[in-house]
Write a protein that binds this ligand. Structure first.
Ligand code: PGA
Length: 248
């Protein structure tokens, strides 16, 4: 019912050369064995090149954040309409690195989701608990707050949104939530969506992220409510990324 989706997040890595080479290698690897939709979120400055390099019917390009503002005196910011003009498809919103390193609040993130949707982009809204919240058993409280902020805004269009659960302690650490733990978090998130939007909850894709690699991808993606992955480190290696896509 939900088409699986695998999205790579290159973070602040790459170069002009690597963008072309790696995207071509990934696109070449997308064959009949891959039934999931595939996207890659590249640094802003490589978006135009990335879009030119790939065939959007096979591989779509995204950004890693976006301004909550439409235009104006916001030095250094990039608006959703600028991204849409470049034929960018996805945009990550609320990745834990943005939340933690750049102090992005739930309120600002919901504004970014609305800005992205207003320009026709599909936001991938990321949530997840820190290690200390995990250790103290607060995972569901944190998710409730982060997802709740989004769902309490009636202007958010759930038909044009992807959610991603990424436990912060699993990002770039080699640690992953067990498939069962991840499934429970996804069921909880889908339940929150169901409370607000009824059966639409069955259509919203919820990705898992945090040290997904070719060895652990199958056991995660087999879970009923895990609809694909948000892949950091492994998306910088074409073979590893393709192997993950094959498992979704
Ligand atoms: P990772 O990153 O796969 O390197 O853990 C995931 C992410 O940050 O989205």
């Amino acid at each position: 019912m939900r088409k699986p989706l695998v999205v790579g997040n290159w973070k602040m890595n790459g170069s002009l050369k690597l963008t072309g080479d790696l995207l071509r290698a990934i696109e070449d690897g997308i064959n009949d064995k891959i039934s999931s939709e595939v996207g890659i979120c590249v640094p802003f400055v490589y978006i135009a090149l990335a879009v030119d390099t790939v065939d959007a019917t096979r591989l779509t390009i995204g950004a890693q954040t976006v301004s909550e503002f439409e235009s104006g005196a916001y030095t250094g910011e990039i608006s959703a309409s600028m991204l849409a003009e470049l034929a960018c498809h996805w945009v990550l919103v609320g990745h834990s690195e943005r939340r933690m390193l750049f102090n992005e609040s739930n309120q600002a993130l919901v504004a970014k989701v609305l800005a992205a949707q207003g320009a026709g982009l599909i936001p991938i809204y990321c949530v997840g608990e820190s290690e200390s919240d995990y250790q103290s058993g607060k995972t569901l409280n944190v998710i409730n707050e982060q997802v709740g902020a989004l769902l309490s805004n009636k202007a958010v269009n759930l038909n044009q949104l992807v959610l991603a659960y990424e436990p912060v302690w699993a990002i770039g650490t080699g640690l992953t939530a067990s498939p069962d733990e991840a499934q429970q978090a996804h069921v909880f998130i889908r339940g929150l969506v169901r409370e607000k939007a009824g059966d639409l909850a069955d259509k919203v894709r919820i990705l898992y992220g945090g040290s997904v690699n070719p060895s652990n991808a199958s056991s995660l993606f087999e879970q009923e409510d895990i609809d694909g992955g948000l892949i950091g480190g492994a998306s910088l290696d074409a073979d590893a990324f393709i192997s993950i896509c094959q498992k979704a």
